[in-house]
Design a protein around this ligand. Structure first.
Ligand code: SAM
Length: 221
């Protein structure tokens, strides 16, 4: 995403009631933040937030948290957020690498990664949001039946993810190389990037992954 610093972005975010300030203080306390025990769904790298705000509108029975590390980008989402009556969504301006500092094991039900930056150079592989380093972070906070959903137009990043995610000990539950022409399209909510790429006729890839369960006397087939 091309970034232009917006003057005052940090100040607006620091004073916004829609941004969780000092999220490390909420670790293990997220039910109090939302005032209920509904499951928590997170989008990592939400950009301007179209996707997660649409989901929050469609599903009042869930809680949503949008994570975006750049204040100038998050500011755009906040401007949109202010026009909506949504009690079930909050934002965080943090690097997702630190998520295990903010959530206890099992506090998060679902993680969405949408059109994540590809970081094509090998030396930047650890920055990819589907790298083993990030999958380890997600595993530390997800519920036992939790899942990660990943969409991208970038075939190189997708092929990498199809290999890297199982190497990290996760199971790929399902995937497609052409989401919009597959059964997985049902109920699909488009992101900003997805709308742009779809209008250019680019196929969108999607996978769903879950942390593989350790074999135990109870779950050996
Ligand atoms: N998900 C949106 C969409 O599909 O329209 C935005 C996609 S944009 C290409 C990727 C976003 O992820 C950028 O806004 C970037 O700042 C954010 N991002 C990348 N790495 C991140 C990280 N480690 N923590 C938080 N946000 C991150």
């Amino acid at each position: 995403m091309r970034l232009r610093h917006i003057r005052g972005a940090e100040e607006s975010i620091a004073s916004s009631p829609y941004v969780v300030q000092e999220p490390e203080k909420q670790k293990g306390q997220w039910q109090q933040v939302f005032g209920n025990t509904h499951p928590i769904f997170i989008e990592v790298g939400m950009g301007k937030g179209r996707f997660i705000m649409e989901l929050a509108q469609q599903h009042p029975e869930n809680n949503y948290i949008g994570i975006e590390r750049y204040s100038s980008v998050l500011l755009r989402a906040l401007q949109k957020r202010e026009e909506l009556e949504l009690p079930n969504i909050q934002f965080m301006c943090v690097d997702a690498k630190q998520m295990a500092d903010y959530f206890e094991k099992g506090e998060v039900s679902h993680i969405y990664l949408n059109f994540s930056d590809p970081w094509p150079k090998d030396r930047h592989a650890k920055r990819r949001l589907t790298s083993p380093e990030f999958m380890k972070v997600y595993e530390q906070i997800l519920a036992e039946d939790g899942k990660v959903e990943f969409k991208t137009d970038n075939r190189g990043l997708f092929d990498y993810s199809l290999e890297a995610i199982p190497q990290a000990g996760w199971k790929i539950e399902t995937f497609t190389f052409d989401l919009h022409h597959s059964p997985m399209a049902e109920g699909n909510v488009m992101t900003e990037y997805e709308m742009k790429f779809a209008s250019e006729g680019k196929p969108i890839c999607k996978l769903v992954a879950s942390p593989r369960q350790e074999a135990s006397p109870n779950n050996i087939a």
